[in-house]
Design a protein around this ligand. Structure first.
Ligand code: NDP
Length: 278
């Protein structure tokens, strides 16, 4: 996908949320060997060091990789944001970052954005964006700052499809990126009858159908797996196409609500806004 500043981002990558520190290097090495070039981590995941070790071990030229990490709420303030950015880069063993995201729409994220704009202007980051921003917060950030976020990473899967949010982002030049493309298996996603039937028609798994459906919608996907066969399976989604009828059948599965929690829930805003990570 070409972002609003001309930078190209792979449409499919590898996410490492909830991958334990001691399994991350192996999983990311598997992913890089399979052909993934986009890796999505976060300071809050506690595994940036292991991601960095896998990058170094792969010996893949830096310019072929697209590395994303995220700033946690506790690092608000321009100085703290600069410090957190340098800490993440040092853990990853990189000089520059491809995409830096504000992880949550909580806290003093305007000061974070100003610092990120600086780092972007200095060429330390190729693209800056946000995560978990609903349209109201997104438009407020866009209206009151110079740089329009290149990406908004939000929960997006067959049960929470975000079509209207995607259209809003498109109108403002923001690329939608799905987190939790499988809803982490909730709502029996992997055995869902409609998704299974569509998979059987193509000789593909439910996971592949879901990723293919998101990609055909122009949504960037970053599935997570620690299982080598699944890591490879999730990348193998470019050799088939869902037809209009199949796309519509999946569109009909939308429940229009999160499978996890709503970022507009005051209790969650208070809890996540106060959460501290090492
Ligand atoms: P996913 O929807 O990617 O689901 C991961 C689960 O699906 C794991 O249990 C995995 O099992 C299983 N799985 C993966 N592939 C297959 C397959 N082919 N067949 C069957 N099961 C499969 O959940 P995530 O929450 O991890 O989302 C993906 C990424 O999005 C994260 O890793 C992270 O990078 C990002 N994210 C960002 C958030 C944010 O706030 N910005 C929040 C949450 C995620 P196993 O590993 O055992 O193989």
């Amino acid at each position: 996908m070409t972002l609003n500043n001309g930078v190209e981002m792979p449409i499919l990558g590898f996410g490492v949320y909830q991958v334990p520190q001691d399994q991350t290097q192996r999983a990311v090495e598997e992913a890089l060997a399979a052909g993934y070039r986009l890796i999505d981590t976060a300071s809050g995941y506690g595994n940036e060091t292991a991601v960095g070790a896998a990058i170094r071990a792969s010996a893949i030229p830096r310019e072929e990789l697209f590395i994303t990490t995220k700033l946690w709420v506790q690092d608000a303030g321009e100085e703290n944001t600069h410090r957190a950015f340098e800490a993440s880069l040092s853990k990853l063993g990189l000089d520059t970052l491809d995409l830096y995201l504000i992880h949550q729409p909580f806290g003093d994220y305007y000061s974070e954005w100003r610092a990120m704009q600086d780092l972007y202007g200095q060429g330390r980051i190729r693209a800056i964006g946000v995560s978990n921003f609903h349209p109201d917060r997104l438009i407020d950030l866009i209206t009151n700052n110079e740089v329009v976020p290149a990406v908004n990473q939000v929960e997006t899967h067959p049960f929470h499809q975000r079509a209207a949010d995607q259209e809003f982002m498109r109108e403002h030049g923001v690329q939608i990126e799905s987190w939790g493309p499988f809803a982490e298996g909730r709502n029996n996603l992997f055995t869902h009858p409609v998704l299974s039937e569509i998979g059987a028609a193509h000789g593909r798994s439910v996971a592949q159908v879901v990723l293919r459906w998101l990609i055909q919608r122009g949504v960037v996907v970053i599935p997570k797996s620690v299982t080598p066969e699944r890591i490879r399976e999730n990348l193998d989604v470019f050799g088939f196409e869902l037809d209009a009828g199949q796309m519509e059948r999946i569109a009909a599965l939308d429940e229009g609500a999160s499978q996890f929690f709503d970022h507009r829930d005051p209790a969650m805003a208070a809890r996540l806004g106060a959460a501290r990570v090492e």
